[in-house]
Design a protein. Sequence first.
Length: 450
Amino acid sequence: MKKIASIALALVLLSLFIGCSKEPKAQEVYFLNFKPEIADVYETKVKPAFESENPGYTLKVVTAASGTYEQTLKSEQAKSNPPVIFQTNGPVGLANSREEAAALDNTSFYGLLADKSMALKLDGNVAAIPYAVEGYGIIYNDAIMRKYFALPNKAVSINSADEITNFETLKAVVEDMQKNKDELGIKGVFASTSMSAGNQWRWQTHTVNVPLFFEFTEKNASVAPLTTGLDSSTIQFKYGDNFKNLIDLYINNSVTQPSLLGSKSVDDSMAEFALGQCAMVQNGNWAAAQILGTPGNKVASEDIKFLPLYMGIDGEDKYGLCVGTENYLCINKKASPEAQKGADVFLTWLFSSPTGKKLVSNELMFITPFNTFQDSELPSDPLSQQVSIWMNKPGVSSVTWTFNAIPSEEWKNALGSAMLSYFEGKSDWSAVEKAAVDQWASEWNIKNGK
């Protein structure tokens, strides 16, 4: 009997062991995030919420350092456990990930996209899906602007920032504000033009978008400027002087001397704005969380507003903010089938479930292109609301994101390097224009196998 009992007990323990060993392991969804400014939201809010509502999955979020996404992506894709969700910045970036991007036509995530024409394709298949429409321009503190316009000795005839509709007026206002900076309680009108390594993207990608947009629009008015740019083996940089107009306005009316800008970061400039040290800073609607979340922030939500990037180009008064997207998500076809399925589950949950949508609108603060969001579910932050206002202004068109046509990151880096040299007084502006023209031809030929 003892032997029988021992055998029975052993069988019970064995069955329990086998049962435990067959317990399914949660599938990991590895997401390589592009945006450092919202990394904490993904880690502390999105991850636990997703795992709570989807017990068969775990979410791993890795965030690339600012300005290093392409290098990080290449490195991570070469590993045995590559990210299953990764971001691409448009047609150029997608072409570089041709071997990794899976066909997404039959995914639930693609089914959420309201305008299917917004997706990017490879060989006829959907390969990248936009997840956020964004806008950028000059962010200004309206409380400081109202204080300026109330000055009895102001040098301009206008009475509010709403009346600034061209570069001539912007320049007059900014330079007069700089003269009155002590009375306004600021160190300078503009925040630092950050030029430290990895922080030049606001200028060599975003600001330069405006002259590229107008050049490509003029070159072929019947074709979208992005398409024209992608097909252009050379550029004239025709509006380089206009680009210089705005850049000079930034650096000559700033909290920081031009020669010191090589040590300044985006975080520095956003802190300067949030702490009330300046009245203006160039950035996009994604910066709202950074401004409002800065310890000691002095800018009220209702005072955070936008102006377009005026440069003195004919007809600029008919254009508003730079609006578009370089935020496309791809699923890695080299990841396991289970991981690819998990990626679709996560992305569909994030952009369609009640919990996910609240996180997207209130924490990530995305303006999304998906049919699951109602008007009442749009982000509540002030800059996203400003983007919506500018997109719907009568008689005003958005400046489309043309910088996606830039042939490579090397072109941007060459432009940024030349700009820094100009800021530091080591070269003149002609070197910036030469770098833009020469590097475009070189990088376009490399990209197109010429």
